[in-house]
Design a protein around this ligand. Structure first.
Ligand code: M6R
Length: 606
């Protein structure tokens, strides 16, 4: 999604802004731009494509001590230089925007009638002109008046040509942070953009506006009242967000999973139990009431929630429903008494997931829990009970370590609820023992790297792939298919293996790779039968077989053996080879692994 960076300093800020945009590249974008004020005149550079293409366009002689910059992920209007931000109004106002202005057409009609000329197809340009129409020397007042008329979600950064020491920014639905330096201040969509220049941040709250200058800043609430917000010091270092010796962030993040899981567990478990109150002091009271659970999430996080449905119903004997946030938020759901609401999100900024939480009739629920990876995110700040997954920054658009740490967190959730409802202590200690062994087992699965890289060659010229799973491995198959489609652009579908004969079997022929993870569980025999159905139609099987779950007559099938004997953590382990498979297929097809086309890391618009 779009990214914003802004700076006011005593030095030229163009390189700070460009570096900030580079650090926001992971969010996904199609064009980029920067505006500076030099000698009371607005200067602008924009480029279609990558930030590097913008960087070469920026005139090295063009200095500016104030500026705003943007990476655009197209919503209204095609990706083009003309539609790229910043947008200007009458060479006076320059503006960058994240989000969507829903009532822009009405405002645009009025502004056209007032003589404003539009150069782009964007909703954003409307806001620039609207602010200009209110500007009489006070930028904050003009932005406040404009914002009052806007419907939708937005983060804005605005400068005006004749005031090179004032930048106004605001947030409604789109995240925005203020970075505090020494005689220089900044705004950005997230902290990662500003780590080279500061580690002190203020997280704006919904509806807030902020005015920043070189030496000062002031936050205002939606009613225009001045307010104080806490200054936070982040422990993230500027170096934490680089690829190290890996070719792609995704590969680095796949390899970081053993550590991420260990970090997720640290201080939360003993040798045979989950510690009390890992979900906070209020959790015991709430968990005692829980009769059922509703999980809401999107994408990979939704798949994690789907796995948890199987775990929770088996371990707690309570109903657990899972739904994608974009559906849940707009329908009338029936909420049985004492339902716990659970949101899952890597970024904590996913618009649909946040909206589902924000619109929740809390009186119908006994409590809400969020499992999230970004401590400063909106989801974390707005949830009552929270568990951080501690996966560390995830930059690749394809979620990997965020998923496995979500699964670990969900097991911690199931046990934490089970503990206060007299869950069998032997089962708890079995799960905890498996969790303790998990980092080492993940490490050992990463040695399959080379074998999977070779197998990936078989997928290079394929257009479709099927992923099959049964039981708790059905959502793992869904996650495997999502990974393959999002980074290699191969159409991949997941099916519960038992559904094959109800339709998808018609697709199976020698050109259709069929990927199956075979856990050694009670459904193994059934799964083997489903695999025979594929073989009988000439389909090619790629089997990731857990210990004791090999095919008796593999024939032409490609089999990768996974040497782990587990019960509860099996789906977490099964994920690793599927991530490697999609990674190597994408690399061999030459796609943009870390920033796949059309996708964004943090989906802050609905
Ligand atoms: O930040 P979130 O976990 O809320 O993001 C949800 C999805 O957008 C995300 O998981 C997406 O599906 C990933 N690109 C999958 O790899």
């Amino acid at each position: 999604m779009c990214g914003i960076v802004g700076a006011v300093a005593q030095r030229d800020v163009s390189s700070i802004l460009i570096e900030g945009l580079r650090r926001l590249e992971y969010r996904g974008y199609d064009s980029a731009g920067i505006a500076l004020i030099d000698d009371n005149k607005l200067q602008r550079f924009r480029a279609l494509g990558k930030v590097n293409e913008l960087a070469v366009k920026v005139n090295p002689n063009q200095a500016g001590a104030i500026g705003i910059a943007h990476t655009r992920w197209a919503t209204h209007g095609v990706p083009s230089e003309n539609n790229a931000h910043p947008h200007f109004s009458r060479q006076k106002i320059a503006l960058v925007h994240n989000g969507i202005i829903e009532n822009y057409k009405d405002i645009r009609t009025k502004l056209l009638a007032d003589g404003y000329e539009f150069e782009s197809e964007t909703d954003t340009e409307t806001v620039a002109h609207l602010i200009e129409s209110y500007f009489d020397g006070d930028l904050l007042a003009a932005v406040q008046k404009a914002v009052d008329q806007l419907e939708g979600t937005f983060g804005l950064g605005v400068i005006v040509s004749d005031d090179p020491n004032t930048l106004v920014a605001c947030r409604k639905g789109s995240p925005l942070v203020v970075g505090l330096g020494i005689k220089e201040n900044f705004v950005a969509s997230d902290v990662s953009a500003l780590l080279p220049v500061t580690n002190r941040f203020i997280y704006l709250e919904e509806g807030d506006l902020v005015v920043i200058s070189q030496n000062d800043y002031q936050v205002y609430d939606a009613n225009g009242e001045a307010k104080e917000l806490t200054i936070n010091t982040t422990e993230l270092s500027a170096d934490a967000i680089n690829k190290g010796n890996y070719k792609h962030y995704m590969l680095k993040e796949i390899h970081e999973q053993a550590k991420a899981v260990a970090d997720c567990l640290e201080g939360r478990i003993s040798e045979n139990n989950v510690l009390d109150s890992v979900f906070g002091p209020e959790s015991e009271r709430i968990f005692k009431q829980v009769e059922q659970i509703q999980i809401v999430a999107c994408g990979t996080s939704y798949h994690a929630g789907y796995v948890a449905k199987y775990w929770i119903e088996e371990l707690l004997g309570r109903p657990c429903a899972i739904e994608v946030a974009s559906e849940f938020r707009y329908r009338q759901s029936v909420v049985p008494k004492d339902t716990l609401f659970v949101t899952l999100s890597q970024s904590g900024e996913t618009a649909d997931t946040l909206a589902a939480l924000r619109n929740l009739p809390m009186e119908d629920y006994c409590g809400s829990v969020s499992i999230c990876n970004v401590p400063e995110s909106s989801l974390v700040r707005e949830s009552s009970l929270v568990l951080m997954t501690r996966a560390g920054p995830e930059i690749g658009v394809a979620s990997t370590k965020a998923f496995t740490t979500q699964l670990v967190s969900l097991l911690l959730l199931a046990i934490s609820i089970g503990k206060v409802r007299s869950m069998d202590k032997t089962i708890i200690s079995d799960i905890v023992r498996e969790l303790i062994a998990l980092p080492r087992q993940i490490e050992s699965l990463l040695f399959l790297d080379k074998q999977i890289e070779a197998i990936a060659e078989n997928f290079i010229d394929k257009h479709h792939a099927l992923f099959l799973g049964r039981g708790v491995h059905y959502p793992i198959a869904m996650e495997g298919a999502l990974k393959l489609k999002e980074i290699s652009y191969i159409h991949a579908e997941a099916y519960p293996a038992g559904e094959l004969k109800h339709g998808p079997l018609a697709l199976v022929d020698a050109e259709m790779p069929v990927v199956v993870v075979t856990p050694n569980d009670g459904l193994l025999e059934k799964l083997h039968s489903n695999m025979q159905e594929v073989k009988a139609r000439g389909g090619k099987l790629y089997v990731f077989a857990h210990q004791g779950a090999k095919l008796e007559e593999p024939g032409e099938d490609v089999v990768v053996e996974m040497d782990c004997e587990t019960r509860w953590t099996t789906p977490i382990l099964s994920t690793i080879p599927l991530q490697l498979l999609s990674y190597y297929v994408a690399v061999q097809r030459g796609t943009d692994v870390d920033q796949p086309r059309n996708l964004a890391k943090s989906v802050t618009v609905e």
